[in-house]
Design a binder for this molecule. Structure first.
Ligand SMILES: Nc1ncnc2c1ncn2[C@@H]1O[C@H](COP(=O)(O)OP(=O)(O)OP(=O)(O)O)[C@@H](O)[C@H]1O
Length: 303
């Protein structure tokens, strides 16, 4: 698995405050890497350092296996980005804006139409950008970032302000990029639900620090499983389970137990029934990803 982006102890301080604090990112080829964190966590600052728009206070950025500080031009020629709101000439059409980008990036004519097709704007390309909806503008911004068919695409909150249909379209589009065009994507968001649906790898940043990095599956497996029992006499059932060396917790009308295997659940059920306590429900409960995110960042997943 080739590493596309790697940072070592990447740090940015503004005065005495570290906005980004010793961050070690690893983004692999073919990833849709979701960079998740609440507002002000340090996402944009990190992405800007990856693009040379902000100078790190400390640490190292390596992209495509090359030191960014020594290979800036080469790396940027193979990287597309959309940071904050895209800027356009509103009095020109989508197509004309794309042509300007084409000449700036010095890429073949055919890339203009191909990129417009990918973002499904080919039919509206002759409209003036002033008359574009927010979703169309976001898609045009992505088309501009794609115009050179880069190896790496960096998108800072690309679905901000879009309605659910617009978000769905951008999600599909981004997910198709690695297998259709071999583009690795790094996308930031403050919405857990969005990253969960779009990314296969995830990094969670909170107050400038990377508090989790791994696959989406690894994140899901961190959400702990517990068994919840509802009986017709929870107080008595609790006493019996405590006597058996278990540590039940009485919460919201349920007795909950952590780390019990299936065969133990069956045994507990049998014991309770034998002592004359009816078991009304046995459920497996998982701490939601939402709660996990809250614990890791101390913030709501969507602010
Ligand atoms: N130029 C700057 N000067 C001083 N502080 C800054 C500057 N840029 C960012 N910061 C601070 O760095 C911290 C991280 O900001 P950043 O924009 O990277 O967060 P973010 O995760 O992208 O948040 P959001 O989702 O709100 O954009 C914030 O506390 C912000 O106020």
């Amino acid at each position: 698995m080739n590493t596309i982006i790697s940072t070592r102890n990447l740090t940015k301080c503004y005065g005495s405050i570290s906005s980004v604090n010793n961050v070690n990112l690893s983004v692999y080829e073919g990833d849709v890497y979701g960079f998740l964190g609440p507002n002000g966590a340090g996402k944009s600052t990190t992405l800007k350092m990856l693009l040379g728009l902000v100078q790190p206070t400390d640490g190292k950025v390596t992209v495509f296996g090359k030191d960014f500080s020594k290979n800036r031009r080469l790396i940027l020629s193979q990287t597309g980005s959309l940071i904050e709101s895209p800027s356009f000439y509103g009095h020109l059409t989508g197509y004309e804006n794309m042509r300007i980008m084409q000449s700036l990036r010095n890429v073949p004519d055919r890339n203009v139409n191909e990129a417009l097709q990918i973002v499904r704007l080919e039919k509206q390309k002759d409209k003036k950008v002033n008359q574009f909806s927010l979703g169309m503008k976001q898609r045009l911004g992505i088309a501009m970032a794609l115009i050179s068919f880069p190896k790496l695409l960096i998108l800072d909150e690309p679905t901000n302000g879009l309605d659910p249909a617009g978000i769905g379209e951008i999600r599909e589009l981004i997910q198709s990029l690695p297998h259709r065009y071999g583009i690795t994507v790094l996308i930031s968001s403050h919405l857990l639900s969005e990253i969960e649906q779009i990314a296969n790898s995830v990094g969670i940043i909170s107050q400038g620090k990377l508090v989790f990095q791994g696959s989406m599956d690894q994140l899901r497996s961190k959400s702990e499983t517990r068994i919840a029992l509802k009986t017709e006499n929870n107080a008595e059932a609790e006493r019996i389970l405590l006597n058996q060396g278990l540590s039940p917790l009485l919460e919201n009308g349920y007795l909950t137990l952590r780390g019990v295997e299936d065969n133990e659940v069956a045994r507990i059920n049998k014991t309770l029934v034998h002592t004359g306590i009816d078991v009304i429900r046995i459920e497996e409960q998982r701490k939601s990803l939402e709660n996990l995110f809250l614990e890791m960042t101390g913030k709501e997943s969507s602010l």
